[in-house]
Design a protein around this ligand. Sequence first.
Ligand SMILES: Cc1cc2nc3c(=O)[nH]c(=O)nc-3n(C[C@H](O)[C@H](O)[C@H](O)COP(=O)(O)O)c2cc1C
Length: 224
Amino acid sequence: MSIELTTTEELRQSDNTGLQTYLNVVLKRRSIRKLTSGPITDEMIRHILEAGRWSPSSGNTQPARIVVIKERQNEFWDFVANTLQQKLQGDQLERALNRIPGYRSGIFTLLFYEDTTISNNPPLPGGAEIWKNFAAQAMGIVQSNVWNAIAAAGLAASNQHINLQIEDELREFLGVPATWKSYSIFPVGYANETPVERSRHPHESTIFYEHGPLEESVEVLSQE
Ligand SMILES: Cc1cc2nc3c(=O)[nH]c(=O)nc-3n(C[C@H](O)[C@H](O)[C@H](O)COP(=O)(O)O)c2cc1C
């Protein structure tokens, strides 16, 4: 079978199927760091999280755990700001603190964790390193599915890693087990900024049909 669709535009215009609807959601998902509040129902949040719950994982081991902060949104972001002040300095602190109002003024916050008891006790052979890697891949897919679902709901988010500076303090604040490894924080709300323009490597430089890259396409990618 020959595959002739090469650009996102062509794909977009190709038909009106579920694929196009899905691609439009994928393209709509952007990193939005300045958020605002707006209408939300618990059902919407639950549906967004269903996209994470139904994500695939190695051997269906489902290592992802997600903490939802909504009622404690202000308390949570106060805690993050105060804790970062004890951990970071100079430009790094200033940059982190400057961004927090944009997160706080959203609606809710998601914290992604891996329950490491699963990869530490692999259900199938393969070795600990492979299962750790599988868990990390599964975590990436969960976050991606949830982020796309947020976009499909007309909401916006970004993928933040200030959790890495304050992992122990966060664990205590949230009451999560010591066996949960913190991955990321997604502040979620309605978009209150237009995202910066972002491009991706051309289709021809990263996707290869039937064989690996010809020499000239390797050069195209390395020049970008
Ligand atoms: C694994 C991963 C880590 C990221 N870490 C951060 C982060 O700590 N802070 C942030 O503002 N954006 C972070 N991003 C967002 C990327 O910068 C962003 O996805 C990329 O520049 C493409 O822009 P877009 O999301 O608007 O399409 C991260 C994205 C991924 C996938």
